[in-house]
Design a protein around this ligand. Structure first.
Ligand SMILES: *[C@@H]1O[C@H](CO)[C@@H](O)[C@H](O)[C@H]1NC(C)=O
Length: 860
């Protein structure tokens, strides 16, 4: 008997064990089944897990929730009883036969239940955890998981998972919104919440308490108006559904291997997070709220916020500050009003405003089928209609969106904004050229002063250029290095035995270049082909003005075509002194012998009479700077191309540092010195500053610092110490610039005064590196490569040269998937002179503001 009981107990515990504690394979809770603390169910692909948890450092507060099964940090995405925690570990989660999930305390008190479902008892109900993170209650035998009896996705907690909806089900009346946790340790409802506001045309809003804090704008068919970053991309796409049954916004993953979620943080920040497996952390992919102009209604009625302006608020054209005195001291609380009030007269019309974030749509009405003309007519016919535009701007545009009353929360952008047609009185319409209602007489009155203004501008431009040309000439004579053009710095010298390519500029002293003298291998090393002047005259069409590729302080660069069809670039140089220059020849001739696919190739030179020219292979795509810093052209460089360029530069540099016969330090690596061939292969150019290094030499010192601000390593800029690691530093800056599409020097951020390196470092520390990525890259981005590149870039710009990797490891790190060391604080060197200024400590003689910083820097 006793034996029998034991066996029974054992069996029972085995069954229980199989059902609950010991296996984690179950993805369902069946009717009458109970889950207790320590027990979980797991979705089929092991993506999500449901069970009891205790958040962070909280004491004695237990919740039922859903979290990522595979993510080490145990990120909770949904909480059942967020406002009614259990205070002991002894809660029970049960599915009732009526299809209700119920959470009870040990004493049997219900602290949470899924819904007041009136579903008749069905035999086969189960609660199932799906791999989307959705917990559904449905009939086990029904294949229809789309319309369950209940689903957790209808009750988002503090954010959205892919496939969740934000908005209303007009049939069931369910309104899906989400609310921040109170704090990282407390999932109860915090101050901030996100909604789909459907009072007018639907828009996503973020509220702090009852106040709107931020408006992500209405969906315009392409993106959320005024939020250039909220638009389809390679990772997820947006769905906006508006019909008689439901109104919602949703995003879905395109690449389902990506783990991403939107979360409203306890501090009110809406963030899109991406899980980066290699780093085992969440990073912020984007935050829709980025600057002051995103503060709701910052500039009030008819005001427009432009973050590029200072102060940021301005009245829309045709409007003036309601309280001018307050307005001038940046108190915008009274907003703007019509310069001439509307009276609903027949002359009133609409003026088109472009590149705006559309105003708050809670006072709007819409018609999805009406066209533009109909829209204007309807707006005009109702005196309280203040503005209109198309609902959907994709393609030719469609639908009609009308505003009534004041227009609030408008931003102005440089590009990618929306058009808005605002009702104005006749007098305001006159001042616009394309107004239909202005009479000829009025137009003349406007045109005369405009013409005068244009004339004055033209004359000033001419005067400016004339004076500039004069300055240039004068400076050319004095050889001020600031006028230096990056493409034209290599000079040729003819000595008794051969042609030498000389670094530096006229008047420079060659002393620092002479350190390698002992390696002098003599003039017989010269292997540079000589071109005849007549050949080049022919190739360049007699140095035709039409062939000029660029103009520099020392003469133009011409494009030429040789008789065999080969395209060349000819740098035609000015005369120079030969004094002391022969000391460099060994090093320089060596440079002419460098051969690598990522170095620009010097084809030869030409010395005839006063003419001294260098002939290079022609690079049809010119400098990298002409791409990445150019709004339009930067779009041509998608991420794969950029990565290819980064990799190529790294290889070219590695060749210089390690593989070439002499170790060469370039010393002036920068974006404009990277040329692109027709296949977008990068070629390092401009060896005018380069130094050769002995095999065993680690670093050298110079009292003449040459280079370009923004790219110089701190030890070089400050103390003249250079090594291959100072090139690595410049390479790091280059990488960050290529990823970011912004210059290190001249970088501007509204929240801090760091340069690009400082900005990148700050974002990296916060795990927000992806925010660095150039806007134009969003569509072609390879996440791990981008993050890796930024990481490597930061390793390269570390303050201490010994911490920086060699180019060998840089190439390894860029090409592998392995873990990377953490970068230490970067060395920022923020110079004071204007951007692109080259400087040399040997040239103090001229007194312009540009030289001042050189004195302070090297005058010790
Ligand atoms: C103008 O539009 C408003 C807002 O929709 C509406 O309440 C009002 O009746 C309209 N007036 C006329 C004359 O149609």
């Amino acid at each position: 008997m006793e034996e029998g009981i034991l066996t029974k107990t054992k069996l029972l515990s085995l069954v229980l064990c199989a059902l609950l504690t010991c296996t984690h394979s179950a993805d369902t809770i069946s009717a009458n089944q109970t889950i207790r603390n320590g027990e979980t169910i797991v979705s089929p692909q092991q993506t999500f897990e449901l069970g009891f948890f205790k958040p962070g450092n909280s004491t004695n507060r237990y919740y039922v929730g859903i979290w990522y099964k595979k993510i080490s940090t145990g990120t909770v995405v949904w909480v059942a009883n967020r406002n009614t925690p259990l205070t002991t570990t002894s809660g029970e989660l049960t599915l009732t036969p009526h299809g209700l999930m119920v959470l009870r305390t040990a004493a049997g008190n219900i602290v949470w239940s899924s819904a007041n479902s009136s579903t008749p008892a069905a035999r086969n109900l189960v609660a199932r955890l799906l791999d989307t993170g959705n917990l559904i209650i449905h009939d086990q035998h029904s294949v229809d998981q789309e319309n369950p009896i209940w689903q957790s996705f209808d009750f988002p907690t503090d954010g959205l998972l892919p496939g969740m909806k934000l908005g209303q089900d007009l049939v069931t009346g369910i309104e899906r919104h989400f609310t921040s946790w109170k704090s990282a340790d407390d999932p109860s409802a915090g101050e901030f919440s996100a909604w789909l506001d459907t009072r007018g045309y639907p828009q996503v809003i973020l509220k702090e308490g009852q106040q709107i804090k931020f408006r992500a704008g209405p969906w315009n068919g392409l993106r959320f108006s005024g939020e250039p970053d909220l638009r389809p991309n390679p990772i997820y796409n947006f769905h906006f559904v508006l019909n008689s049954k439901e109104i919602y916004y949703q995003y879905n993953l395109i690449d389902t291997s990506v783990v991403t979620r939107v979360v409203l943080q306890p501090n009110g920040r809406m963030e899109r997070l991406l899980w980066i497996n290699s780093r085992q952390e969440w990073i912020v992919y984007l935050t829709p709220e980025t600057d002051n102009c995103d503060r709701y209604a910052m500039c009030r009625s008819f005001g427009s916020c432009n973050i590029d302006n200072s102060p940021a608020c301005d009245c829309l054209e045709g409007f003036e500050p309601t309280a001018p005195e307050q307005w001038t001291v940046a108190d915008w609380s009274q907003g703007c009003r019509y310069r001439t009030p509307l009276d609903c007269g027949p002359g009133e019309g609409f003026k088109k405003y472009t590149n705006l974030k559309l105003p708050d749509t809670q006072w709007s009405r819409f018609n999805l089928t009406m066209n533009h003309e109909g829209c204007e007519r309807v707006c005009k016919s109702n005196c309280s209609c203040t503005a209109y535009t198309s609902v959907n701007i994709s393609g030719p545009g469609s639908g009609c969106l009308l505003w009534f009353g004041d227009l609030i929360d408008i931003r102005t952008f440089a590009e990618n904004g929306d058009d808005l047609y605002i009702r104005l009185p006749p007098s305001e319409l006159d001042s616009t050229e394309n107004s239909e209602s202005s009479s000829g007489g009025r137009r003349a009155r406007v045109i005369v002063p405009v013409a005068t203004v244009i004339l004055v501008i033209l004359v000033s431009i001419c005067l400016f250029y004339r004076s500039r040309r004069k300055t240039r000439k004068r400076e050319g004579r004095k050889f001020i290095p600031n006028m230096y053009d990056h493409n034209i710095r290599v000079l040729l010298v003819l000595s008794n035995k051969g042609v030498y390519i000389i670094s530096g500029w006229p008047g420079s002293h060659g002393d620092e270049f002479g350190h390698d003298r002992e390696n002098n291998s003599g003039e017989e090393d010269l292997e540079l082909p000589l071109f005849g002047l007549s050949t080049l005259l022919k190739a360049t069409n007699n140095f035709s003005i039409n062939n000029i590729l660029g103009e520099g302080g020392f003469g133009p660069v011409y494009k030429g075509v040789l008789e065999n069809g080969q395209e060349i670039a000819v740098k035609r140089l000015a005369k120079t002194s030969t004094q002391g220059l022969h000391e460099f020849k060994n090093e320089v001739i060596s440079i002419s012998k460098l051969q690598h696919r990522n170095l620009v190739k010097l084809l030869g030179c030409c010395i005839e009479g006063a003419e001294k020219m260098l002939i290079y292979e022609y690079m049809p795509n010119k400098g990298l700077d002409s791409f990445i810093f150019d709004k339009t052209r930067s779009k041509l460089l998608d991420w794969p191309v950029r990565f290819h360029i980064i990799d190529g530069i790294a290889r070219g540099l590695l060749y210089l540092h390690r593989d070439s016969r002499l170790r060469i330090i370039h010393r002036d690596l920068k974006v404009s010195n990277i040329l692109l061939d027709s296949n977008m292969n990068p070629k390092i150019s401009d060896f005018g500053m380069a130094r050769s290094f002995g095999r065993n030499q680690i670093e050298a010192n110079t009292n003449r610092v040459v280079g370009t601000y923004g790219y110089m390593a701190p030890e070089y800029a400050g103390h003249g110490i250079f090594s291959i690691k100072s090139d690595v530093y410049s390479f790091g800056v280059l990488v960050l610039e290529i990823v970011c599409g912004e210059k290190n020097r001249g970088f501007f951020h509204k929240e801090h005064s760091n340069n690009l390196i400082g900005h990148a470092w700050g974002l990296h520390k916060e795990g927000r590196s992806l925010q660095l990525v150039a806007k134009c890259l969003v569509e072609s981005i390879n996440l791990s490569q981008v993050l890796r590149s930024i990481h490597v870039g930061l390793l390269c710009v570390q303050r201490h040269p010994e911490d920086r990797p060699t180019m060998t490891s840089v190439i390894l790190m860029l090409g592998s998937e392995g873990p990377l060391p953490s970068p230490k604080e970067p060395g920022f060197f923020i110079g004071k002179t204007s951007e692109n200024t080259r400087y040399s400590s040997s040239t103090f003689e001229t007194s312009s503001t540009n030289e001042l910083s050189i004195t302070t820097l090297n005058g010790r």
